[in-house]
Design a protein around this ligand. Structure first.
Ligand code: NAP
Length: 428
């Protein structure tokens, strides 16, 4: 058995490719079912965010397992494997383990240390368990990665910044528009990222904010979280008239098709009226053809790289600070992983002892005859079980706690030879 991750991220693929491989929550169940139906994959978990799609697997044969995931990705995205391959990364065991720890800690994010990724990793863990993709090994790995993510945020300076894709988008807007207070700002969507957009826009002085959302209830709920009259809300049906009265438009919905495109903007915009669009959605909410309009400037998540690249040095320092801590978590996972090697030997030895115990008990009871009452039989049965458990306890504890790999393997081999055990490998 081995752990592997196959995926693509903001480091390996542009948003045009990432959006084709975004797996929204309602499709997670069927995607996991398909992955674990392949012959070599025994566990699977899907981490799908605006920055990445990563598929973690446990496979009997790593190479075959990776091939099956690649096949799944090509089928899902409808991209030929040959063009998909250039964007994919693949990591095996130790590297895959460290990668998930780094992702969970926010060290692999476009906006270093952003808080959302930890809850996305938690959600992947929850859905993986719910849909039977995550079993023993990925369960332990994800739990360890979540612990790592929490530790990095509480024990290093990474968690202090309250940064997110939304804060980076507002920063980019400020760089482009200069004075946010003078701009008429519209946000499309009223979810988690929109709330963060409002928060950062207000903190940077924006005062004329309008929210467009599909359901008015959610828009009202969002508006209630901010000072009265700071936000105006509108139904999505008013999108074009609201945009025509805006200078900056942020889009952050979970729609899977573009909501704004060139044709729609041409109808409502004067050819000289400037408009800036900041789309943080993946899949994108703004079609790339809007760039053909000379008065429109459109930015997407990949354009945020320009903002985050500015604090390169602080990123490097933060990553260094967290690295030692992540190594501790990887090593703790590794100790657990290695202890799995002993599972087959231990259960085989237990089974052998149990068979002997049952056979000998049966012989003894038949010799004692029928005058021996049920009560006495129970006592004798408990006595034999107690003796077997006591004899096995110490060697089992010693075997499990043996940290040195070679010594443990040699102990297992000795046990297998002395007790003539026919061990079938379960985990490694
Ligand atoms: N969460 C993150 O960390 C993160 C980071 C960067 C980018 N993003 C991207 O930002 C976008 C929003 O993420 P989120 O976390 O804020 O999501 P969210 O909290 O689930 O909110 C989703 C929003 O999208 C709207 N929506 C869903 N389907 C729609 C459709 N077909 N047409 C119009 N509106 C629709 C919802 O409207 P209703 O209220 O009517 O349902 C809601 O306002 C996604 O594309 C995501 O990939 C997320």
């Amino acid at each position: 058995m081995n752990i592997a991750v196959v995926g693509l991220s903001h480091k390996t693929a542009p948003v045009e490719v990432r959006e084709k491989l975004s797996i929204p929550e309602p499709l997670t169940e069927s995607a996991i079912a398909q992955l674990v139906s392949y012959p070599h994959i025994t566990e699977a978990a899907i981490l799908s965010t605006c920055n990445r799609l990563e598929i973690y697997i446990v496979a009997h044969e790593t190479e075959q397992g990776i091939r099956e995931v690649t096949h799944f990705l090509a089928e899902y995205s409808k991209l030929p494997i040959s063009s998909l391959r250039q964007h994919l990364f693949m990591l095996l065991h130790q590297d895959a383990v460290m990668h998930l720890m780094r992702v969970s800690a926010g060290l692999d994010s476009l906006v270093l240390g952003e808080g959302q990724i930890l809850s996305q990793v938690k959600n992947t863990h929850k859905l993986g368990q719910q849909y039977n993709g995550i079993k023993t090994i990925l369960n332990k790995l994800f739990k360890q990665a979540i612990t790592a993510g929490k530790r990095v945020r509480t024990e290093t300076s990474i968690g202090t910044g309250a940064v997110s894709i939304s804060s980076a988008a507002v920063e980019l807007a400020q760089m482009k528009a200069q004075n946010l207070a003078a701009c008429r700002v519209t946000i499309l969507g009223a979810g988690k990222m929109s709330r963060l957009l409002v928060q950062h826009l207000i903190s940077k002085g924006a005062a004329r904010i309008r929210i467009l959302n599909r359901s008015m209830g959610r828009a009202e709920e969002l508006a209630r979280q901010f000072p009265e009259n700071s936000i105006q809300i509108h139904p999505l049906s008013e999108i074009m008239s609201v945009i025509s009265e805006s200078d900056l438009v942020f889009t952050s919905t979970s729609a899977t098709e573009p909501i704004i495109d060139r044709a729609k903007l041409e109808i409502i915009l004067e050819p000289t009226k400037p408009l800036m669009l900041f789309d943080i959605s993946v899949p994108r909410n703004v079609h790339s053809d809007v760039n053909e309009l000379s008065n429109v400037q459109a930015f997407n998540v990949d354009d945020l790289k320009a903002v985050v690249a500015q604090n390169h040095e602080s990123r490097r320092k933060m990553a260094q600070e967290a690295q030692a801590l992540l190594e501790e978590e990887v090593s703790s996972f590794d100790i657990w992983w290695r202890s799995l090697e002993t599972v087959s030997t231990i259960s085989c030895l237990r089974n052998k002892m149990e068979t002997i115990r049952e056979q000998e008990l049966e012989k003894a009871l038949s010799r004692l005859g029928s005058e021996f009452g049920d009560k006495h039989q129970e006592v004798i049965e408990a006595l034999t079980k107690g003796i077997v458990n006591k004899i096995l306890h110490e060697p089992m504890v010693q075997l499990r706690s043996q940290q040195d790999l070679e010594t443990r393997r040699s102990c297992m081999e000795t046990l297998q030879t002395l007790f003539n055990l026919d061990v079938e490998e379960q985990y490694s």
